[in-house]
Design a protein around this ligand. Structure first.
Ligand SMILES: Nc1ncnc2c1ncn2[C@@H]1O[C@H](COP(=O)(O)OP(=O)(O)O)[C@@H](O)[C@H]1O
Ligand SMILES: N[C@@H](CCC(=O)OP(=O)(O)O)C(=O)O
Length: 375
């Protein structure tokens, strides 16, 4: 039966050594996508490459570094990128449908629904949606930067059967293979652990932006959205079909048994945190490993000016981000009760719920022990 498949192709797979768009690679990937399409799958593509395709045409000698220069290069290059895909797909009679998105397009319900409806219609008409970040308007907090997390949010939005993140490396290794030649490939990941995050480094080339770390983050978003993911290489004809059939050159990430509720998905991946709550080691362990709520006793500090009902980041004593949750306290209230017992805290502040963050409104930054997440 046909599956709904999201394929992400990164800059490192599409660019020539000088950093420009490699049209032969575009043609190769378009053929791989067309082959999936012919097999009866619904295919969506998330592709980078706009900056690579545009910077020379605009007159820059090398890939620009400043944000507004990148944006200008992307606006020239996006049209060239689409043209390259469309020309390559013409042979198969497939229409390429350009979709440019930013973060608020996912967090705003109305916009997300509009995007979903458009995509559903495109798939019904047998087109391939070709998605990239809307680089013209995307800066700072609405920006993805890399397209890995964009592809995971797309996969969740359209309830894909699989997310395939293609890159220049054949999967996640125990260390960055460019720096650690003895590193070995991890074939299957059931649960994302701190250790895996430590193994994943940054981008390997001057054109890639996210590196393995952002691919792991994307895998996490997909896994928690109930979508299995693959990170690997497609370099020979038939490789993408093989990857979809479970025999790809890469790492497979199992979808989480219990996908996140719509609310937790929003808290974890779409919300814009308004501040930070610092917790001690015991509270960090309770949140990450024991499926507990955050109580005043484990809090040591609050940073920023936030209000009850807003999303905050929770950080450990060492400054490491542990996750995000909806706070039941204002920043000043947290400061007033930090370190106090629940009983004492009740006497000092008037809050709707005594937990600083309730476990039902908390999403960890790593999937640690799945079983506890739903106790
Ligand atoms: N543990 C690891 N396993 C595999 N690759 C890694 C690891 N850590 C870092 N990398 C680097 O991540 C790179 C892929 O990311 P990136 O350059 O951002 O690609 P893309 O443009 O495809 O998104 C690889 O070339 C590799 O050097
Ligand atoms: N959206 C931009 C940049 C995205 C980008 O480089 O992402 P990635 O290849 O995932 O590291 C582009 O199309 O050039």
């Amino acid at each position: 039966m046909g599956k709904r498949i999201v394929v992400k192709i990164g800059s490192s797979s599409l660019t020539s050594e000088q950093g420009g768009l490699n049209r032969d690679r575009v043609k190769f990937f378009a053929d791989e996508l067309a082959s999936l399409h012919r097999s009866g799958h619904q295919v969506l593509l998330v592709t980078s490459g706009a900056i690579a395709a545009g910077f020379r045409r605009l007159g820059y000698a090398s890939r620009p570094k400043l944000v507004h220069e990148k944006q200008a290069a992307a606006s020239v290059g996006q049209a060239l990128l689409m043209q390259a895909y469309q020309e390559a797909l013409d042979a198969s009679g497939i229409a390429a449908a350009q979709i440019l998105l930013t973060r608020p397009d996912f967090s705003n319900r109305g916009r997300a629904q509009n995007a979903t409806r458009t995509i559903e219609e495109l798939l019904k008409q047998h087109a391939i949606p070709v998605i990239n970040e809307n680089d013209t308007v995307a800066v700072d907090e609405i920006k993805f930067g890399e397209n890995d997390s964009l592809s995971a949010l797309v996969a969740n939005l359209v309830k894909a059967d699989g997310l395939y993140i293609l890159t220049d490396m054949d999967g996640l290794y125990t260390g960055d293979p460019r720096k650690t030649p003895e590193a070995s490939r991890i074939e299957h990941v059931e649960t994302l652990t701190e250790e895996l995050y430590r193994m994943a480094g940054g981008a390997g080339s001057s054109v890639g932006t996210g590196g393995m770390r952002s691919k792991l983050e994307a895998a996490r978003i997909a896994m928690q959205g109930g979508v299995p993911a693959f990170v690997g290489r497609v370099s020979d004809p038939g490789d993408l079909q093989a990857a979809v059939a479970g025999q790809g050159k890469g790492t497979y990430f199992a979808s989480s048994l219990h996908s996140l509720s719509a609310k937790k998905h929003w808290v974890g991946f779409l919300s814009d945190p308004q501040g930070r709550v610092v917790v001690d080691d015991g509270a960090g362990d309770a949140l990450l490993n024991r499926g507990r709520s955050l109580l005043p006793a484990g809090v040591t500090a609050a940073e920023g000016d936030f209000h009850p009902g807003e999303v905050v980041e929770v950080v450990g004593a060492d400054g490491r981000v542990l996750g995000r949750g909806v706070t039941n306290y204002a920043a000043w209230q947290i400061i007033a009760v930090a370190g106090l017992s629940t009983e004492e805290a009740r006497k000092r502040v008037e809050v709707g719920r005594i937990e600083v963050i309730h476990r039902d409104e908390w999403v960890a930054s790593t999937i640690v022990k799945e079983a506890h997440a739903h106790e």
